[in-house]
Design a protein. Structure first.
Length: 148
């Protein structure tokens, strides 16, 4: 199984987005049922700095999906870095990050205050007029789910 996860992880960086997306889905599914993917947490964290927006999204996603296995408190150590993506230069990354925050908050309740604060302080004026209402709505939805 570990070799399979390693091969699937490598596909996250495939130039073919369909292959990379399929790898992401497999790793998400594996993350829901066990902690075998968690061993790649440091690699997922490194993905947050990638220049490719899709790779940043994949890193954000897999961090959130593995938060429930984070007994090493790796997410706690990088939460500020994660939350910076609420206002990522690419609105698609910001929107995905925001949508993942309720999952992250439910797995890491100690981080709820940080997450809520970051959402409330987010300066979405950096986005084009067409994107701003969408990001604002995402923030409101995330806040409702986290506070529920």
């Amino acid at each position: 199984m570990a070799e399979n996860i390693e091969a699937t992880y490598a596909l996250l960086f495939d130039k073919n987005h369909n292959i990379a997306y399929e790898a992401l889905q497999k790793l998400q599914k594996a993350s829901e049922s066990g902690n075998t993917v968690y061993s790649y947490m440091d690699s997922f964290i490194d993905m947050l700095d990638d220049k490719n927006a899709y790779i940043r999204i994949r890193g954000l996603t897999l961090i959130a999906y593995n938060a429930k296995w984070d007994t090493d408190y790796k997410i706690d150590e990088i939460i500020d870095k994660y939350l910076q993506h609420i206002v990522d230069i690419k609105p698609i990354v910001a929107r995905q990050c925001i949508k993942l925050l309720p999952l992250l908050a439910s797995s890491k309740p100690d981080l709820c205050c940080d997450i809520i604060s970051a959402l409330q302080k987010a300066d979405i004026s950096i986005y084009a007029d067409s994107m701003r209402p969408l990001v604002a709505k995402d923030i409101q939805n995330a806040l409702q789910k986290i506070k529920a």
